[in-house]
Design a protein around this ligand. Structure first.
Ligand code: UD1
Length: 431
């Protein structure tokens, strides 16, 4: 069994390159199904979720060529060409590992007018239904039924038709899917209460580079004028704001000083503002964002997760790790997912004091954390344990680390280069 072993106590110091964003790369890859021409993506991170999605796209008929394999941290360049869709079914075996693979339903319906896609899996952080996706696609004229764990969708009139879609609450995935589907619909689609996450903007700009007509990018009202066909393009995956925020918190927690190379401050302003309140110093440089830890002590700050531009739920666990060593009490409210406090029990193994009341965690900071044996439960929770381990006294062993490989590229290598003592033990690097 592979584990990560950390000897805590070293302040992070140096340069840490930020990879392409997983949550942008996945929908961009899926968008390649919308055209019979080649979509070439640059700055694709080397992650298990990317490899899993390649299998899913190949099953639909995509020819995938790795043009450069991203050595020396440059990011991969991969081309995706789906001349014809071979299969409009995305089977359970392929889809169950990762929720985002469900999103193929958008391009399949738009291009082939039918899809049979297994209901999604992914991190166990709540029920995560797909009702908004299905209501949105129905509004564009799809007929949908559920059959033995599969969503079966058809467009009886041959082509989706533009319409007004208003999501009852903000959903990143539903916005991606309806936006992709609407690019090839007849007429105009307006998405209201659309997600405004930077990854949505990245996808919209890529779709426009492929010939789509999307306006309102960056706002909560997207207007998509349908076109007859999309063509190929070459496009860059944006830098990962969650990876950026994670390492920023690790730097603050260890009182370090790191340059997060390639990071874009505007994609995580809320988190950086909070870190300043915690006592960290943040400065924007032309080549990234510099974070240096509080020179005296970590201040407690209350945080509530919100859709973008608010504080991201994907940084909640990492922020909680940071607050375990604050001087005082902080409250963290999770408003996006109903079951996203699984890391609390694991953080307690380090000696952290955290209590939960519904969606609110109350953290009473302690002077010192002690290294421990812990278990990774989901993607972002896993990395909160790594951060805690970096700041803890003594040895930490993180078990069940496959979640980390889904979302954090070359984690041990990047942290070690900044002076941390982190190594993978028990098996070779999963690459
Ligand atoms: C995406 C991100 C994930 C992030 C999340 C919120 C990717 C690959 N994943 O997940 O890392 O934590 O956004 O920023 O980009 N909901 C419904 N019905 C639906 C759809 C969603 O009730 O049909 C609910 C969800 O249960 C959740 C909330 O809406 O409570 C937001 O979920 P959503 O934004 O859709 O998250 P994902 O797209 O799955």
């Amino acid at each position: 069994m592979t584990q990560i072993r950390i000897l805590g106590g070293n302040a992070l110091s140096g340069e840490l390159p930020i990879s392409g964003a997983k949550n942008a790369a996945l929908p961009l890859m899926i968008a390649s199904l919308l055209t019979d021409e080649t979509l070439t993506l640059r700055n694709v991170p080397r992650l298990a979720d990317v490899r899993q999605l390649e299998l899913i796209l190949a099953n639909h008929g995509a020819e995938i060529v790795t043009l450069s394999n991203g050595e020396h941290g440059a990011g991969q360049t991969i081309s995706f060409t789906t001349k014809t869709i071979k299969d409009t079914c995305a089977p359970y075996e392929l889809v169950s590992a990762m929720r985002a693979s469900f999103w193929v339903i958008g391009p399949l319906l738009a291009r082939e007018h039918e899809a049979r896609v297994s209901l999604p899996g992914g991190c166990a952080i709540g029920t995560r239904p797909v009702d908004f996706y299905l209501d949105g696609l129905s509004a564009l004229g799809a007929q949908i039924e559920i059959d033995e764990g599969y969503v079966v969708a058809r467009v009886p009139h041959g082509r989706l038709v533009g319409n007004k879609v208003r999501f009852p609450r903000v959903s990143v995935g539903a916005t991606h899917v309806v936006m992709m589907a609407a690019t090839l619909a007849e007429g105009t689609t307006i998405i209201e209460n659309a997600a405004q996450e930077p990854e949505i903007g990245n996808l919209a700009e890529c779709l426009n580079a492929m010939g789509a007509k999307i306006s309102g990018i960056g706002t909560n009202r997207l207007i998509i004028e349908g076109v007859d066909r999309l063509h190929g393009a070459t496009f860059d995956v944006l830098p990962d704001r969650i990876e950026t925020g994670t390492y920023a918190m690790a730097a603050a927690m260890t009182g370090g000083n790191v340059l997060l190379r390639n990071a874009r401050a505007e994609t995580l302003r809320a988190a950086l503002d909070i870190l300043e309140h915690v006592g960290a110093e943040i400065s924007e440089a032309p080549d990234g964002v510099r974070v240096s830890g509080p020179t005296d002590f970590i201040r407690p700050v209350d945080v509530e997760t919100q859709p973008f531009p608010g504080f991201p739920t994907d940084l909640q666990a990492q922020f909680m790790a940071l607050m375990t060593r604050a001087r005082g009490i902080s409250k963290i409210r999770e408003t996006i997912f109903e079951n996203r406090f699984m890391h609390v029990a694991e953080l307690a193994r380090f000696g952290a004091h955290i209590s939960i009341d519904g969606q609110v965690a109350t953290v009473r900071g302690v002077e010192d954390l002690r290294g421990a044996q812990v278990m990774a439960t989901d993607l972002r929770a896993s990395v909160s344990l790594v951060i805690a381990g970096l700041a803890a006294r003594g040895e930490t062993i993180v078990n069940r680390i496959y979640h980390l490989d889904r979302g954090f590229e070359r984690l041990e290598e990047k942290l070690s280069a900044c002076g941390a003592s982190v190594e993978r033990i028990g098996a070779a690097h999963a690459d």
